[in-house]
Write a protein that binds this ligand. Structure first.
Ligand SMILES: O=C(O)CCC(=O)C(=O)O
Ligand SMILES: [Fe+2]
Length: 526
């Protein structure tokens, strides 16, 4: 009896351990797990769609579908137009897309900046200790090699509308509004033809603009460039260097060189830091992170985005930027100055435009000596602008030569002497649909003479790709002072501006010039 009761006692104390309650066997996700999943699906969009169902807010508009903001002429059902900056940008981050980045990115071999993968949700990885000097441009498997763009050309290629249009958007149709956008640095200057504009140019001079420096690091992970990785070979040369020499021997052969998609590993740190349970980073840690990001793209850094496409970060000095803005303000108020152009379909473009050297007719998509809207002759291109363009090409040559170990850099990026400059002024709502610059002379296109683009003022999200499919385009943030050059194999690259980042211009620039928005100057040789 005594032994029996002892046994019962024993059973009663051990039983619960062998009878776990059902929930213990059900793998219920913890809040952390939920959160992680949410981040995985939405991590590519750091702005405001966190936790939304994948694709729930992607508003893809196709050609042929009524689209009040933007019309891009195309018969291809697949081609999406840029409609709204935010929506378009979101589409780039659609989680169903490949996780591979798409931009081929190479950095200045001299750059010693060390960026690590950022923990910040929208500030992206700036890997580069492993960044290559070589040319194994890796591509998303969904898109054919980017350098095919130049080869896709055919005389029958349909010409695309160069700019997207938004009749409903208040870009400022009147010279009055437009002038105030450009700022009033030259308010006192009298100019026949522009009294109304001058009056209107008295914009608040003390508007507070925050300095904000978004850069490539702000581009989301899936949108990050492919970064060629240097794989050391036994001979001491990197894998990429080997490819480079081959490229030098036979430039075209690069088309068939190894193109392995670089799978960017998911950064578990990112989740950690974003977990609601993770401790908030301290201020010094945050500052350190920020410093790292800023280090990613220093003044003077050069990147080869793809063959024939070079980005010179913060290339134009502050002083030169001021001069350029003031010159554009001055010319923009005069005959042949800024106006809001129409596209082929009659819609208005989401920008103000002024041509220098030759006039580009946005409706006809052709160049001429005078513009049809008022018969005005375009002002000539200031000589300082031309000098800066030629310098930028020369510097790019030196970089390509050193980076790709090429002797004939002109094959990759031909030299050009600009006789056309299209100046675009974007307000915060400005944008430009994906298009090709292909209205220059057949000879200029045949020689693949580059387009040289200066960005000044607010930063822009610039898209480029081998076709007009926005979803497949690469994105890079162009900041004030950046120079982008695309010639050679990239001459006919599709490109556009999906969004202007408001108040991102350097505050000193804004103070000194009163520029609001973004100025973009594209130089070409007819
Ligand atoms: O604003 C930009 O960065 C691009 C402008 C452009 O592509 C053009 O004017 O053709
Ligand atoms: Fe363009």
């Amino acid at each position: 009896m005594h032994r029996l009761s002892f046994l019962f006692y024993l059973r009663s104390i051990t039983a619960p351990a062998f009878r776990p309650s059902k929930p213990n066997f059900t793998p219920t996700p913890t809040p952390l797990a939920h959160y992680s999943v949410g981040r995985v699906t939405s991590r590519s969009n750091g702005r405001n769609n966190r936790g939304r169902a994948p694709g729930s807010r992607f508003n893809v508009k196709h050609d042929g579908v009524k689209d009040s903001n933007c019309r891009v002429s195309s018969n291809q059902p697949d081609e999406a137009s840029i409609v709204d900056g935010s929506e378009d940008v979101d589409r780039f981050f659609h989680p169903t897309q490949s996780q591979h980045g798409q931009i081929s990115l190479k950095r200045d071999a001299n750059s010693s900046s060390k960026c690590t993968q950022s923990k910040h949700r929208e500030k992206k990885r700036c890997t580069q200790s492993a960044i290559a000097v070589g040319s194994s441009y890796q591509q998303d498997k969904h898109i054919s090699p980017a350098w095919c763009v130049g080869k896709d050309r055919s005389p029958n290629t349909e010409r695309t509308c160069q700019h997207c249009t938004s009749p409903n958007r208040a870009v400022g149709n009147s010279s009055r509004q437009q002038n105030s956008l450009l700022g009033s640095a030259d308010d006192t200057e009298s100019h026949a033809h522009s009294s109304a504009r001058l009056r209107s140019s008295q914009t608040p001079k003390n508007s507070q603009h925050q300095s904000y420096s978004p850069n490539l690091a702000n581009v989301n992970q899936r949108d990050r460039p492919f970064i060629s990785r240097a794989i050391p070979s036994p001979a001491g040369r990197t894998h990429n260097e080997q490819i480079c020499s081959e490229k030098a021997a036979d430039h075209l052969r690069i088309e068939h060189s190894e193109m392995l998609p670089m799978v960017v590993p998911f950064n578990i740190d990112q989740n950690k830091s974003e977990s609601p349970f993770a401790p908030k980073p301290s201020l010094p840690a945050k500052n350190k992170e920020k410093r790292k990001e800023l280090e990613c793209f220093k003044r003077g850094e050069k990147l080869i985005l793809r063959p024939g496409m070079v980005l010179l970060k913060k290339y134009i000095s502050h002083t030169s930027q001021i001069k350029i803005i003031k010159k554009c303000q001055e010319l923009g108020r005069g005959p042949g100055g800024f106006y809001q152009p129409h596209n082929r379909c009659g819609g208005k473009l989401c920008l103000q435009m002024m041509c220098l050297g030759k006039n580009w007719d946005s409706k006809m998509r052709s160049y001429g000596d005078r513009r049809s809207i008022d018969g005005a002759y375009p002002p000539s291109i200031p000589v300082e602008f031309k000098q800066l363009v030629e310098e930028a090409i020369r510097d790019s040559h030196a970089f390509i030569e050193q980076d790709l170990k090429l002797s004939d850099v002109e094959k990759v990026l031909p030299q050009m002497s600009p006789d056309i400059c299209i100046v675009n002024l974007y307000t915060e709502s400005g944008k430009l649909g994906l298009h090709q610059d292909q209205d220059e002379s057949p000879e200029s296109l045949r020689r693949e003479l580059p387009v040289v683009s200066f960005s000044i003022g607010d930063s822009a999200e610039f898209l480029y790709g081998k076709n007009r499919k926005i979803k497949m385009a690469n994105k890079v943030v162009l900041e004030s002072g950046d120079v982008l050059i695309f010639g050679g194999d990239s001459r006919l690259i599709y490109h556009g501006v999906s969004r202007i980042i408001p108040k991102s211009a350097p505050s000193s620039l804004v103070k000194e010039t009163n520029l609001r928005g973004r100025l973009n100057l594209t130089f070409r040789e007819f």
